[in-house]
Ligand binder design. Structure first.
Ligand code: AGP
Length: 616
């Protein structure tokens, strides 16, 4: 899940490339590098570590005068993080430079063949073979007049590759253009005025332009400062739509917060309002972008959610909501498992793929699998025009705005909001929910942002709580019903940003094993939501206390019973049982954040993680 950026225009491009990389650093931060053409010389500077290391390296290079370049920030898959494994990678003569996001599955065979032809490799990456393949194709003939163009050499090279890739290529032999190609990994082109940008993701483009071309599967493009020519891998021209991006540049900044994660936690009231806005007209729930009509939806007799990580937790909440409001069978599948099993789905199955980035390879694969078996595919995405959205029969967008922090927060709560609205709408279509009930439930939703603000106003209480917990080495999160997915999500947040080993468990399951872990050093976070299971969750707290455990409870305002059971309690405002998970997760997001801060962790770029996982 690397970040690619490129520029061709009239401006001096090194600082632009660094700026672009910084906006993509959440995609990977193991190493970084740039390649530029200056006066027909190809110059490559790269090193292991964060972009700040690359900046130091480039400090002394102010003499470089270049207006075309490509850049890369890496999340290592093949070849450990090191200077030589950093991108860009070059050919034997350092005339061609390549940056790549994805995995080349047949690289070992190609590497062996190229080495047999005398090519010398400088790294242990899969990517480097691409530069040598292009070199071989360009030099196919010894006469310069017959020399293959960079575009054709790239076209020939990508046709030999298996796996996923988004690449950008420059060469001092063809110095005025960037060649890009895409299969599986995301790639966008930003159209400026006399300049053009290429990038893995929108936050790197919106400072310069809102006019974006989304590269499709098996497409490549010749990018110059005044033109973009898109073809498919066979060379046939492809007419591309230019999408106007609604995000504003400020949204990709920290806005005065210390970290993107904290900013995005605080953006949830606005994100929920924006996600609900114009989804209800005259009391009717309505999705303009859905593209699956009500008649089709009426035929659906089964729902399968598929996703990864936090989005999978949103699917778990969805299972409760679909069963409750639509009364049809519903399952939740890990995308990578769903993809390689023999899932039994048909034209009456609605597969709902949830993905913040819309680029997660495992979820993309599950979408392809579901479609190949005749299912209808609806995706819930946060990035407009992303690959999963484009591959689905219908899409519902969460309007959370760009989510830069690797730990997903506002995307999660807005995913639940969308699933809540969609489940009610499907319930109405299927005659399981009356119009009156639908309007009442929508009214509850309108009151939610304010209740989130009330929780955020008590942030200091969570910070104080984190003071007691940040030295822990383990933690257990327990919940029942819709509190269980929130326990999983709370544990995931803590793992992701603080590196404390944490597990989420259905509270009833505790006595079937995890209770053995309980002692005074094992903090137990219990999501104690009101509802049919409340008494049972109080019982679980007593079981933990009976073993000398320390209990932090997330409880609902007015809950006095829990006062003398839990050690520490964080109260959330009252709302319906269906919406309470959205409120219950916010103190857990803050808790993970403050514990990580106290442990000195880099919350926006946790080790070993990346924002969107675009390889399997
Ligand atoms: C969550 O905080 C993580 N970043 C990760 O688990 C994430 O939810 C998962 O990779 C899925 O990403 P997606 O929603 O963009 O598909």
């Amino acid at each position: 899940m690397c970040g690619i950026f490129g520029y061709v225009g009239n401006k001096e491009c090194i600082s632009l490339l660094l700026e672009g990389l910084k906006k993509l650093e959440y995609r990977g931060y193991d190493s970084a590098g740039v390649a530029v053409i200056d006066n027909n010389r190809l110059i490559v500077e790269k090193c292991a570590g964060k972009i700040s290391e690359l900046e130091k390296l480039l400090d002394g290079n102010s003499h470089i005068d270049s207006h075309i370049g490509i850049a890369h920030t890496r999340w290592a898959t093949h070849g450990r993080p090191s200077d030589e494994n950093s991108h860009p990678h070059t050919d034997c003569k350092d005339e061609i430079a390549v940056v790549h996001n994805g995995i080349i599955e047949n690289y070992l065979q190609i590497r062996r063949d190229l080495a047999a032809d005398g090519h010398v490799f400088k790294s242990t990456t899969d990517t480097e073979i691409i530069a040598h393949l292009i070199e071989k194709n360009m030099n196919g003939s010894t006469s310069t007049s017959l020399r293959t163009s960079l575009e054709e050499a790239v076209r020939k090279a990508v046709s030999e590759l298996t796996g996923s890739f988004a690449i950008a290529v420059i060469s001092n032999k063809d110095p005025d253009k960037i060649i890009v190609a895409k299969r599986g990994s995301p790639l966008k082109i930003g159209l400026g005025d006399g300049e053009t940008f290429v990038a893995s993701d929108i936050p790197a483009l919106i400072k310069y332009t809102k006019k974006v071309i989304f590269m499709g599967e098996q497409e490549m493009a010749v990018v110059t400062k005044n033109d973009v020519k898109v073809t498919d891998f066979a060379g046939n021209p492809v007419k591309k739509e230019v999408t106007l991006i609604s995000w504003d540049p400020v949204s990709a900044e920290k806005g005065g917060y210390a970290h993107f994660m904290l900013k995005e936690i605080h953006e949830q009231p606005r994100a929920i309002r924006d996600t609900v806005a114009d989804r209800v007209k005259d009391g009717q729930i309505h999705f303009d972008e859905l593209e699956i009509d009500k008649k089709e939806l009426g035929k659906i007799n089964r729902v399968v959610f598929t996703a990864c990580g936090t989005s999978w937790h949103a699917g778990l909440i969805g299972e409760y909501l679909i069963e409750q409001f639509v009364k049809i069978p519903c399952e939740v599948e890990y995308a990578a498992e769903f993809r390689y099993r023999h899932p039994v789905v048909d034209e009456k199955t609605l597969v709902i793929a949830i993905s913040q980035s819309g680029e997660t390879a495992d979820t993309m694969g599950a979408v392809w699998e579901a479609k190949s078996r005749g299912a209808k595919v609806l995706s819930i995405c946060n990035v407009v025009g992303s690959s999963i959205a484009r591959e689905s029969d219908g899409v519902l967008y969460t309007y959370a705005g760009p989510e830069i922090g690797v730990a997903s927060t506002k995307a999660f709560t807005t995913q639940i909001v969308i699933i809540y609205l969609f489940s009610i709408m499907l319930g109405v279509i299927k005659g399981c929910v009356s119009q009156n009930e639908s309007e009442k439930m929508v009214k509850e939703l309108y009151e939610l942002p304010q209740k989130v603000e009330l929780i955020l106003a008590q942030e200091s209480k969570v910070e104080a709580l984190s003071e007691k917990l940040y030295k822990s080495t383990n933690a257990l999160y327990l919940g029942r019903g819709k509190g269980f997915p929130i326990a999983l999500e709370g544990a995931l947040k803590l793992k992701e940003v603080s590196y404390i080993h944490a597990e989420g468990y259905p509270a009833a399951e505790m006595k079937h094993g995890p209770i053995a872990l309980i002692d005074k050093n094992m903090p137990v976070v219990v999501i104690a939501l009101r509802g049919r299971r409340y008494e049972k969750i109080l019982g679980n707290i007593e079981e933990v206390k009976a073993r000398g455990g320390y209990v932090v409870a997330i409880a609902v305002d007015g809950d006095t019973e829990i006062k003398d059971k839990a050690d520490d309690i964080f109260y959330i405002p009252h709302t319906t049982e269906s919406l309470s998970p959205i409120l219950a997760v916010i103190p857990l997001q803050l808790l993970a954040y403050y514990i990580a801060i106290k442990r000195g962790c880099h919350v926006d770029q946790p080790r070993n993680l990346a924002k969107s996982v675009t390889v399997e």
